[in-house]
Design a protein around this ligand. Structure first.
Ligand SMILES: Cc1cc2nc3c(=O)[nH]c(=O)nc-3n(C[C@H](O)[C@H](O)[C@H](O)COP(=O)(O)OP(=O)(O)OC[C@H]3O[C@@H](n4cnc5c(N)ncnc54)[C@H](O)[C@@H]3O)c2cc1C
Length: 428
């Protein structure tokens, strides 16, 4: 049996940041991680299918760089962060490049969409789609804007998303990119100071009935005075980690009210040396002609590599996750719809789609609040059992950084600060 001051469940951004803060204050910590490697949803890989080029399968952009806690850490290590930029952005309408007039219409519709959403009454909370109202159906650009704002950025379609949660988590500000991937950067910044991590060691049950908490793992029981749980709400909803006694109704309800959205990256090797006449890091998308049509946003040849990455989110992403072959067809159909049969000649075998939906350690991309559940994040962040059991991670953020690595880092630190007695419970 291992005994520590604080056990941390999950070695993602929140868990690593919490451990680093606690160890800095002299606490004995142990991180239990179900996967074979730390990093969680910030995962940089070098898939053989991409010939060794690195890929961020999860988080890629350092959002809201002005206030993101990752930025000062990277600067202290002199890691050069670059502005996320695109050489060109191409919008297509019905198989051809959009005209200047159409671009202007799209911009005007985006401004109108935002004005409607921001002016909608906040109380009672309701679905983002309901707040958009008739504009959803009347404006030809509304389905595209909604796909961007909800399905891709929030990873959930507008009918299922709380208006208040959407308005809070806007991700405004500068996006930066690390030189070798966000997953790699996170490990470079936090692994040294996070202390012992037991990988391939899932926590299966936490008994918080007594003064010391007991955590069941395949490698035996770990006891701790306090526990920080950072696993995704998808894992918690699926019962991937059980609690004895059951969690208080308020916490259980908060978990239920924060399901996981899905954002998938469809990655394809694109061999055409002439890149169909496009420069590296070109961004392509096609006007979405109806609210039920899938929407893909593609970055072609990022950093001059020979692959393209299409992003698909919300219901369309869940559909693709159920049938991996569908991803390939969807992607090829999308390219044909934009560029005609020319597109076919650039694809080489070896594509794949990220699997956050079925990965049992995550079961989705990041959390969203259901309509009417605007307080769920605050409720989840409330300590349980006189502060012996804490939840932390992207789902707990109430400061507009939910769903991000920066938010998860801040939240790991928040939980550590509560344990160290530096902060009240805060949010309610
Ligand atoms: C496709 C995609 C794109 C994204 N893009 C961005 C982006 O560009 N910028 C950005 O800031 N954010 C982005 N995000 C979101 C970001 O990755 C997450 O918000 C953040 O990494 C969450 O960190 P966390 O510590 O809260 O949770 P996690 O990273 O999920 O950490 C929890 C850890 O718990 C482990 N675990 C699960 N069950 C158990 C168990 N029973 N016992 C022990 N361990 C367990 C998991 O393996 C995981 O390592 C993206 C996410 C995805 C999926």
């Amino acid at each position: 049996m291992s005994e520590v001051d604080v056990a941390i469940i999950g070695a993602g951004a929140a868990g690593l940041a919490a451990a680093a803060a606690l160890r800095g204050a002299g606490r004995r910590t142990l991180i239990l991680e179900a996967a074979a490697q730390p990093g969680g949803r910030a995962r940089t890989t070098r898939p053989a299918a991409l010939g060794g080029a690195w890929l961020d399968e999860g988080a890629a952009w350092i959002h809201m760089a002005e206030t993101n806690p990752v930025v000062p850490m990277a600067e202290a290590r002199r890691v050069p962060l670059k502005k996320a930029f695109r050489n060109a952005s191409l919008m297509f309408v019905q198989g051809r490049a959009a005209t200047a007039t159409e671009h202007a219409e799209y911009d005007a519709a985006s401004a109108r969409w935002e004005a409607i959403v921001m002016a909608a009454p906040a109380v009672p909370d309701r679905a983002l789609a309901a707040a958009i109202g008739p504009f959803r159906h009347e404006n030809p650009w509304a389905p595209t804007i909604e796909a961007w704002e909800a399905s891709l950025i929030q990873s959930v379609d507008a009918p299922y998303l709380s208006l208040a949660d959407f308005r809070l988590n806007q991700l405004d500000g500068t996006n930066l990119m690390p030189p070798e991937g966000f997953g790699q950067l996170l490990l470079d910044l936090l692994l040294d100071s996070a202390g012992p991590i037991r990988v391939n060691c899932p926590a299966t049950r936490i008994d918080w009935s007594g003064p010391h908490l007991r955590i069941d793992t395949p490698e035996g029981v770990v006891t701790a005075a306090q526990v920080i749980v950072t696993v995704s709400t998808g894992v918690l909803q699926a019962g991937g980690l059980r609690f004895t006694p059951s969690l208080p109704p308020q916490t259980a309800q908060a978990i239920d009210d924060l399901p996981m959205g899905l954002l998938s990256k469809i990655v394809a090797r694109a061999a055409g040396a002439d890149r169909l006449g496009m420069t590296a890091t070109t961004h392509l998308f096609r006007r979405r002609e109806s609210l039920s049509a899938p929407f893909l946003s593609t970055i072609a040849w990022p950093r001059g590599t020979d692959h393209v990455i299409a992003f698909v989110g919300g219901d369309a992403a869940w559909a693709v996750a159920e049938d991996p072959r569908a991803a390939d067809s969807l992607f090829r159909a999308e390219w044909r719809a934009m560029l005609g049969s020319e597109a076919d000649r650039i694809f080489a075998p070896g594509g794949f789609t990220t699997d956050w939906a079925t990965d049992p350690h995550h079961l989705g991309a990041y959390s969203y609040a259901r309509p009417g559940a605007a307080r769920a994040r605050a409720l989840l962040s409330e300590p349980v059992g006189e502060g012996r059991l804490l939840f932390a991670g992207e789902a707990c953020r109430t400061d507009g950084t939910a769903g991000t690595v920066g938010g998860a880092v801040s939240d790991g630190r928040r939980a550590a600060a509560i344990i160290l007695g530096q902060e009240g419970t805060g949010h309610l």
